[in-house]
Design a protein around this ligand. Structure first.
Ligand code: ASP
Length: 354
């Protein structure tokens, strides 16, 4: 199917219930709630669906007067440490060789600084190392072996991040990847079709992004992930790339993403979300514009559905300086979390396509 023309795109989105009218978006059927507002000056945070415990911790610290970035890092550390979250930190799914490689970045609104590490091995809290890059180097991004050496220089302990659970998942993927290699899943001598690709063993994405506004009205954000499972060693996604997987401008807002990182690397999506907020779009409108931009620019058939629309999901989370928040994804049927100082709330995110 040929790439969609603008006209077709508008028709498609209208059919799926997300209104597109001369550049203005309404929440449509994709949102369980109208574009939300919160009181100015009141702390708020937005995070991905795996961030409930992180949100509680972060808001507890912010309510006690912490700087947003201190609080965000303490929050996302919980997810990095959790062996049951196979998309972030310790216990994250490994690369194609069975080695866990992590990506993370942080941005601190009030000082307009950022730091990141990519493809770092053996260190469970890459968000802390990213912060160390920001505070203790003249660089913004350090990768691979250099990132590990840098972390060790600062006393971060080296450890094996591959849990038995993640290793077993990786082994299933490896053994079912091909019928023409020598790795075989458990089978009996009567079984046929051994080693075919099973849907369950296909690769998946997963990450935590968090953006927060603290009690002093300052914004910060972090994104931390083990990235695309079973990736080629050394592959770096959008999460540690400032402008792609996260962006924060203390005068405007903060935004970040989870999902197919390659789309954000090609579209500098997170900085665009912040720039659209600067131009007056609401957080949700800005997130939807990022989804629209990804869809309009994709040309590769292997990444399209039967209707020529972008198939993988990419999700955006944003808050602005006034404490308004919103989120949107290319594909619907998804949730994100906010914490408004009272409790964590799970909301349905807006979307371009069902
Ligand atoms: N965006 C991450 C990456 O591409 C993965 C994810 O969010 O699921 O590495």
């Amino acid at each position: 199917m040929p790439p969609m023309k603008r006209r077709d795109f508008i028709r498609t989105t209208a059919l799926t219930g997300t209104a597109v009218l001369a550049g203005t978006w309404s929440a449509g059927a994709g949102s369980a709630v109208p574009a939300p507002q919160s009181g100015a000056g009141r702390p708020i945070l937005i995070t991905s669906a795996n961030g409930a415990a992180a949100a509680e911790k972060t808001m507890q610290m912010i309510s006690g007067g912490s700087d947003a970035l201190d609080a965000i890092i303490s929050g996302v550390n919980i997810v990095e440490d959790d062996p049951n979250d196979t998309s972030v930190g310790y216990g994250g799914l490994p690369n194609e060789e069975g080695v866990v490689e992590l990506d993370a970045a942080v941005m601190h609104g009030p000082s307009y600084r950022g730091g990141a590490v990519a493809a770092i091995r053996n260190i469970r809290n890459p968000s802390k190392v990213a912060r160390m890059v920001m505070e203790r180097t003249d660089h913004v991004l350090i990768v691979g072996e250099g990132a590990l050496k840098f972390a060790k220089a600062h006393g971060f302990p080296e450890e094996n991040l591959l849990t038995d659970r993640a290793r077993a998942e990786w082994l299933k993927w490896k053994e079912n990847l091909s019928t023409t290699d020598d790795w075989l899943p458990p089978h009996s001598i009567d079984d046929d079709g051994i080693g075919e690709i099973y849907q369950n063993y296909l690769r998946h994405y997963g990450t935590i992004h968090m953006s927060a506004l603290d009690a002093n009205g300052n914004l910060s954000c972090a994104t931390t992930t083990s990235g695309l499972s079973y990736k080629i060693p050394g592959r770096v996604g959008d999460s540690p790339i400032i402008g792609a997987g996260l962006y924060c401008d203390n005068e405007v807002g903060s935004a970040g993403s989870t999902g197919r990182g390659e789309a954000n690397l090609l579209n500098c999506s997170s900085v665009m979300v912040v720039e659209w907020m600067r131009q007056g779009k609401s957080p949700e409108e800005a997130c939807l514009l990022a989804c629209k931009r990804i869809n309009e620019r994709q040309r590769e058939k292997r990444l399209q559905d039967e209707q020529g629309r972008f198939k993988p999901n990419v999700k955006f989370y944003a808050i602005n300086r006034k404490g308004e928040y919103g989120a949107a994804a290319v594909r619907g049927g998804w949730n994100y979390l906010i914490h408004d100082g009272n409790s964590v709330k799970k909301l349905e995110g807006a979307y371009l396509f069902k």
